[in-house]
Design a protein around this ligand. Structure first.
Ligand code: SF4
Length: 299
């Protein structure tokens, strides 16, 4: 079996930054800390920090409850960011706040805040229930409408008859092809469309690497959290080229029956997948390779 790694994959700048900040708390034994939301969409990393004593809360009420029950003095904001009003409430609590919001997400906050203040309705391309998008909506001025669509078809469900101008952003992990289609459709019927490319560089690079790798392998393994948007997008792209594409969280999800002894195996990983998980997967596939090779020789 030949294993080929995508040219770009794994931990991105934003995830590294927040994980490192949280790791510093562990290193300094400052574990009277909690994260606001799972810091990244990766269960292995969340479990690791849990074991070190840093757990997470899902919302403000839970955070206030934790403050009452347990002596916590630090809160780390997840990479996906939070709504502006929530951040302001958190800052009022007597806690040290480490804002782990990725700067690429902060950029989206600033764009929607500015454009909505200038009176532009906002169209967001992404998943309405994703924490990043929930956070972004919290920066839109209340006086303008906003819409969230996850695909081109959902444009048809919106009444644009009174809209003469609009600002468009997307989730940082969106696929560029989808965004391009939606923007070209919008410009055919709205006189002023201001599009801001908010797909982050890590998403661009990781997706581009899968476009290159997936057509040239027999099987693709995509490693990352099941709720990680950018990992799901990598899976969708790989699947376009390679029928035998599998999305796994870690080496425990691998199945030897997926592989043939002479396969070319492509590997990619989402932006929230740590290197140690990737290494474990590679080692497991190497073990499979040896087993399959031996079995083939015996036959
Ligand atoms: S995927 Fe992009 S936006 Fe998300 S944390 Fe990484 S660099 Fe930031």
């Amino acid at each position: 079996m030949e294993i080929i790694l995508a040219e770009k994959m794994g931990f991105c700048f934003g995830v590294k930054r927040t994980v490192n900040e949280t790791q510093k708390l562990v290193d300094q034994n400052l574990i009277d800390a909690i994260t606001f939301g799972p810091i990244i969409h990766n269960n292995d990393v969340i479990t690791y920090f849990n074991q070190k004593g840093i757990t997470y809360v899902n919302n403000l009420e839970e955070l206030k409850q934790k403050l009452k029950e347990k002596k916590i003095n630090t809160v780390v904001i997840r990479t996906h960011g939070v709504r502006k009003d929530i951040l302001e409430e958190i800052k009022k609590l007597n806690l040290k706040v480490i804002n782990g919001t990725c700067p690429y997400v902060t950029k989206v906050h600033k764009i929607v805040e500015k454009m909505s203040r200038e009176g532009y309705p906002i169209l967001i391309i992404g998943k309405a229930d994703h924490p990043e998008i929930i956070g972004v909506t919290g920066y839109i001025d209340n006086n303008v409408p906003y819409f969230i669509i996850k695909n081109e078809e959902e444009l048809n469900q919106i009444d644009f008859s009174k809209i003469k101008k609009i600002a468009v952003v997307s989730q940082t992990t969106e696929k560029i092809e989808k965004v391009q289609k939606i923007v070209s459709k919008l410009i055919s019927f709205i006189p002023e469309v201001r599009y801001f490319k908010t797909i982050c560089y890590a998403t661009d690079e990781n997706q581009e690497a899968v476009h290159k790798l997936a057509p040239n392998v027999d099987i693709m393994i995509v490693i990352g959290g099941k709720s990680s948007s950018n990992t799901k997008k990598l899976f969708e792209i790989a699947k376009q080229y390679c029928d035998r594409t599998y999305h796994i969280e870690n080496e425990k999800d691998l199945d030897i029956n997926w592989f043939n002894y002479d396969d070319k195996v492509g590997i990619t990983a989402g932006a929230s997948t740590p290197d140690w998980v990737i290494h474990n997967v590679i080692n497991k596939i190497k073990e499979f390779s040896d087993i399959l090779k031996n079995n083939t020789v015996k036959v």
